[in-house]
Design a protein around this ligand. Structure first.
Ligand code: ISE
Length: 353
């Protein structure tokens, strides 16, 4: 398909779906937002009215609509399998927010359906691959100048979580899953073992929720990854990493390009930049680049870009192992199915912007 303008429908208009709908309606070249669908009709109608687009009650009707060329899925993870499979059946490119699905078997069903289709139509919304710092780090590691990547230290903090349903397992499936993909992307390798531990929780976590968590990933090639995930830090959105290679390191997420200033209002002695409030701000550019690359790929007919259904499946499998480890505190092996030839590279490279 190489339309001059890609007509996009957005399923799910919560925080991320609204963000994507606004992006598509205002700053993505070559795309037009033509419909939104959400079970919450009031919310969907308010957004559609604001952005001048159509509302459909049923996500599957949006996928099937002859007026929709491509679909962004920002619905809850439990709805993804049916909706992604519907996009594949309709032969429509789909950008599906993470997680791809809720368990290994359903993610594998998506992989198999895409293999059956014979070409990549599914992109999983691991937007960090498009963040200039992450993309440049991967490119620099690929040059070999610093030697082999040995260690990766990831930090992932949210100010707070949206609701009380955000339990310990969700910290693994919804938050740590980004570190899984980042680690696979930077190492260009699979995670083969996960251990998830938790200290005595913060008093700001809901009763019974293990927050923060510390996870250790072993990579197939011998690399090690340490991860801190803390979703009730009370501060803001802090996502950074230090990648340690044989002859040098790379550090991302320090906001070093931010304006530095002193402030009497902040106590007189304070200096520094501003910690972004949430992921929409921290990764705003990454989301724009991700959606633009997705639209460009559809227009050029060059196939899906970014994280593939295989990457989504691998991330789900590591999350499943991580949730099992969280329950026991012991290492859990990750066993992946055989990778189909449709997905040659572990992490399909993206151009450094
Ligand atoms: C959320 O769903 C995201 O994807 C954010 O990037 C992550 O930081 C947050 O912890 C998740 O809940």
């Amino acid at each position: 398909m190489s339309p001059t303008e890609v007509r996009v429908g957005v399923v799910g208009v919560g925080i991320m779906g609204t963000d994507h709908a606004e992006r598509l309606a205002s700053r993505i070249a070559g795309a037009r937002l033509v419909a939104v669908a959400d079970p919450d009709r009031v919310r969907a109608t308010a957004l559609a009215d604001r952005l001048g687009t159509e509302v459909l009650a049923d996500p599957l009707a949006l996928v099937a609509s002859p007026d929709v060329d491509a679909v962004v899925l920002a619905s809850p993870g439990f709805a993804h399998e049916e909706q992604v499979l519907a996009c594949l059946a309709a032969r429509k490119p789909v950008l599906c927010e993470k997680p791809l699905t809720m368990d290994d078997e359903s993610s594998l069903r998506v992989v198999r359906a895409e293999v059956e289709h014979g070409a990549r139509l599914v992109t999983v919304g691991f937007m960090r691959r498009f963040d200039p710092e992450y993309a440049e780090a991967r490119a620099l590691l690929g040059t070999g100048e610093r030697g082999r990547l040995l260690l990766l230290h990831n930090v992932h903090r949210n100010r707070s979580v949206p609701n009380a349903d955000f339990r310990s397992e969700m910290i693994v499936r919804d938050s740590l899953v980004h570190e899984v993909d980042s680690s696979r992307f930077l190492f260009d390798d699979e995670v083969v073992e996960v251990t998830v531990l938790a200290p005595a929780p913060t008093r700001h976590a809901a009763e019974g929720v293990l927050d923060p968590q510390v996870a250790l990933f072993r990579m197939a090639g011998g690399g090690l990854v340490t991860n801190e995930v803390f979703v009730n830090s009370q501060v803001g959105y802090e996502v950074r990493f230090e990648a340690v290679a044989e002859r040098g390191s790379l550090t991302a997420g320090l906001h070093t390009t931010a304006l530095l200033g002193t402030s009497a209002a902040a106590g007189g002695g304070a200096w520094g930049g501003v910690v972004p409030a949430d992921y929409r701000r921290r990764f705003a550019r990454a989301y724009d680049l991700e959606v633009q690359a997705w639209v460009d790929g559809i227009r050029a007919g060059t196939g899906a870009v970014g994280a593939s259904a295989w990457d989504g499946y691998a991330a789900t499998a590591v999350s499943t192992a991580g949730m099992a480890s969280l329950a026991t505190g012991t290492p859990v092996a990750v066993e992946l199915a055989e990778r189909p030839s449709l997905y040659r590279a572990t992490a399909d490279p993206v151009a450094v912007p």
